[in-house]
Write a protein that binds this ligand. Sequence first.
Ligand SMILES: CC(C)(COP(=O)(O)OP(=O)(O)OC[C@H]1O[C@@H](n2cnc3c(N)ncnc32)[C@H](O)[C@@H]1OP(=O)(O)O)[C@@H](O)C(=O)NCCC(=O)NCCS
Length: 347
Amino acid sequence: MIPIEPGQEWTVESFTPEDARGVADLFLGVYGSEYPIQIYVNPDLLIRENQAGRVISSVAKTAKGDIVGHNAIFNLAPCRKVYESGAGLVHRDYRGGHGIFTQLVAHGLALGRERPDVDQVFGEPVCNHPFSQKMCRGLGFVTRAIEVNLMPAAAYAKEAWAAGRVTTTMDFITLKSSPCTVHVPKAYESIFPVFYEGLDDERQFVLSGQPLSSQQVTRLDTRIFDFAQVAKLAVKALCKGFSTVMKAEEDRLLQQGIRVIQVWLSSGDPSLGEAVDSLRSSGYFFGGVLPRWFDSDGILMEKLVDEPVWEDINLCFDRAQTLMALIRKDWEAVRNLNKNKHGRTGQ
Ligand SMILES: CC(C)(COP(=O)(O)OP(=O)(O)OC[C@H]1O[C@@H](n2cnc3c(N)ncnc32)[C@H](O)[C@@H]1OP(=O)(O)O)[C@@H](O)C(=O)NCCC(=O)NCCS
């Protein structure tokens, strides 16, 4: 950790190019040189990404120009108007109750409210400590999904905070309203209302009953996070033959050592239910709902190579615990479904 005089006054501001070196030093100090996302440890890249508007950084800065905190909003979701709030961290001597992280994230939300291209923001609080879960709740984000086993423990080695893989929640806040229709898969009809409870926008819910279309071909957009052994698949077109396309993609990913596969599907698609049934029969369980993910909403389905250590997932609040219990129940149901299937077929 680069020494910074402790106890200085600080303010939260928009990033300027002269902050780039301080941000990189902060990331290297907190996470070490193995930190996998180059943008935050390469000052020139951080300047370029901010100038291009692909990353919108906020910094906590002292009068001397020392950088004691960073957070950013950026678009990685399929819908260009859905932004993640992430890459948040605070210098060790400035943590704990000063509210730096909270102010950084609030600053990003305020910037998002002013911009016409940011409608929805989500955060991914880790479950190996309570601070970001508390911060998100305090700012009005609501947990809608849980990414079980998302990050490898190695990512947190320097902070010595994790024994196994780390689960994160996905907490959303609507900045601009955009009502849409949600097609509810039959398999999740009874639990969808819990995941949508208290949504800060309007939705019309209809049961998904349409069969998969044979008009086009299924299209997947796969993003691989090698360092985390995670693959995230956006289903861009959902049609007959979905299960065959998924199986081939899954085989390819498992062969290259991926241990967590996440699939995002649009609930704007009336044939979502059939796709969900197909995924469940290949071992995928429900992870939650993703407001505005594809412009219309999305859902998250997950498959894990390793069995989660459920007891190590520390969720601070009742809401996330309730969602986790439902997700775990589906994980068990899917496991039994596939066990029985294999039993019957003798495989
Ligand atoms: C997580 C981290 C950014 C928090 O920074 P921070 O400036 O100390 O956070 P804040 O002061 O804004 O506090 C956020 C919440 O956590 C609580 N909190 C912070 N430190 C705490 C402590 N030591 N004990 C108990 N609660 C604490 C705060 O009270 C606040 O909750 P509240 O809104 O209910 O009051 C900082 O610990 C860090 O950089 N960790 C390493 C990187 C990391 O884990 N990033 C987040 C990834 S999701």
